[in-house]
Design a binder for this molecule. Structure first.
Ligand code: SAH
Length: 366
């Protein structure tokens, strides 16, 4: 939703910056904490309803600020209970967010960019191109809207127990908007999730992994998909800039000193491309150095792709080989495929504003 220029969208602030904003306008920092509770615990966006603020402050907020999450364009529910929302983020752009309920948890998959510039050869978002970064308000606003629609915390039940930055976009290419959003996910006065329940997934931006490690305490997932550079260059072109050896060094630095912060390696299983016994062997050798969990993702097809998903037998064999080498290897169950909500299927609705050449330049510039 577009916000009139004069109004400050309070969803853009983490706790510290909201407190500072109040102080900068002559109010007590504590007002920031009160506002957070109204917005995130009570799901109230109308200042007039914030009864523990004085009338003057409520009137002042009404004139100067707004609580404006992106508006829902559509909500679809899969036969397996997965929910997908399409959000309007202005000028004809739309992004997607997915909720995946399981018996013991509920995971929200959140987008960080309108499209993606990284052009991974097996990903629908990449195939659509890139438009722009999302703001903090647009990132945390997806969580706010999902929480609202799901009745999160109503009757004391938390529907969203985990958040994964695995929707559209490369989160680490949007660090300045991402960090405040991650802080709000973990902030007690906002969503209050434990850091290990908030996961940032990256295609492997080495310097940004270090920045993330220094800034917040969340979990890291790395989209590996291949254990050797030739194949990874083909699947994840960013590998040409940050090859696997450098990436694994960054993963080792990330886990260091963090209890329960083993990195998760994501590995999409693509028929005949990366799913053979020799690929598993290479992966075992590579990950001996920097151990972590391995999450095998059955490839999800999308229109125009040249790839197919590995057979169930190939996936099971691959998994068994990793487990025989003492790795924890899980297979991600495909969810929400009937509503195009599965991994790599999120495409939203937007105009690509980059030529292929520009996209490659953007990667090199990072
Ligand atoms: N840019 C980030 C986060 C978005 S993708 C990243 O690369 O990690 C979330 C996960 O889905 C990544 O591991 C990604 O590689 C995987 N993925 C992308 N396309 C896929 C597809 N078609 N099938 C299965 N997994 C896919």
């Amino acid at each position: 939703m577009s916000t009139p220029a004069a109004l400050t969208n309070l969803l853009d602030f983490d706790r510290d910056s909201l407190r500072q904003w109040f102080v900068a306008h002559g109010h007590s920092a504590f007002r920031g904490d009160q506002l957070l509770k109204w917005i995130y615990h009570q799901q109230v966006t109308d200042f007039a309803a914030m009864t523990n603020l004085g009338k003057d402050l409520r009137d002042w907020l009404q004139v100067n600020a707004v609580v404006a999450p992106p508006q829902i364009v559509s909500e679809q529910q899969s036969t397996d209970g997965t929910v997908k929302w399409l959000f309007d983020v202005g000028t004809g752009n739309a992004i997607e967010t997915v909720f995946i309920p399981e018996p013991s948890r509920g995971t929200l998959c959140v987008s960080s960019q309108v499209g993606c510039a990284l052009n991974c050869s097996f990903c629908a978002t990449g195939a659509q191109g890139f438009n722009r970064n999302l703001s903090t308000a647009e990132i945390i606003g997806q969580v706010w809207q999902a929480a609202n629609r799901l009745g999160h915390q109503r009757n004391g039940t938390r529907r969203i127990t985990n958040i994964v930055m695995m929707g559209m976009g490369e989160p680490l290419l949007n660090m300045s908007a991402l960090l405040p959003a991650l802080r709000l996910m973990c902030e007690d006065l906002a969503f209050g999730l434990a850091g290990r329940r908030v996961t940032v997934s990256t295609a492997g931006l080495v310097p940004a992994i270090d920045t993330l490690a220094d800034s917040v305490d969340v979990s890291l997932a790395v989209s590996l998909h291949a254990a050797d550079d030739d194949l990874r260059n083909e699947l994840v072109p960013l590998n040409r800039k940050y090859p696997t050896a450098q990436l694994l060094d960054a993963c080792a630095r990330y886990s260091r000193g963090r209890v329960k912060r083993t990195v998760t390696y994501e590995y999409t299983m693509i028929d005949g491309v990366n799913d053979q016994i020799q690929h598993a062997r290479k992966l075992i050798t590579l990950l001996r150095r920097v151990p972590g969990k391995i999450n095998l993702i059955p490839f999800n097809p999308f229109p125009g792709t040249r790839y197919r998903c590995s057979s169930e037998t190939a996936i099971a064999k691959f998994q068994q080989q990793l487990m025989a080498a003492d790795f924890i290897a899980t297979v991600r169950r495909t969810r929400g495929q009937d509503i195009d909500a599965a991994c790599g299927q999120l495409a939203g609705d937007f105009m690509d504003r980059t030529s292929r050449r520009q996209r490659i330049q953007m990667q090199v510039a990072v």
